[in-house]
Design a protein around this ligand. Structure first.
Ligand code: SF4
Length: 79
């Protein structure tokens, strides 16, 4: 059975695009990765995967680590 990763738009791309080497990844550092994610068919699954794993590094599902922390906080408040 195929995994969502088989449909990932970032497959085969340079991982450095998704892991900008900066202390706190801002949207402008991640612009190229976010553009790829925006066109990715598994964007939502990818984001949920990263949220579930508390993925602290890199761009997942079109989000920076800070955006994911924000989503987690927001969900906690409304839970
Ligand atoms: S949403 Fe972005 S990081 Fe996730 S699989 Fe798609 S291209 Fe890769």
């Amino acid at each position: 059975m195929g995994s969502w990763r088989d449909h990932a738009k970032c497959r085969g791309l340079d991982p450095e695009i998704f892991y900008p080497q900066v202390e706190e990844v801002e949207e402008e550092d991640a612009a190229e990765a976010i553009a790829v994610c925006t066109a990715c068919p598994v964007c939502e699954v990818c984001l949920e995967h990263a949220l579930a794993r508390r993925e602290k590094e890199g761009v997942w599902g079109g989000t920076t680590p800070r955006e994911r922390r924000r989503i987690i906080r927001r969900r906690r408040r409304s839970a």
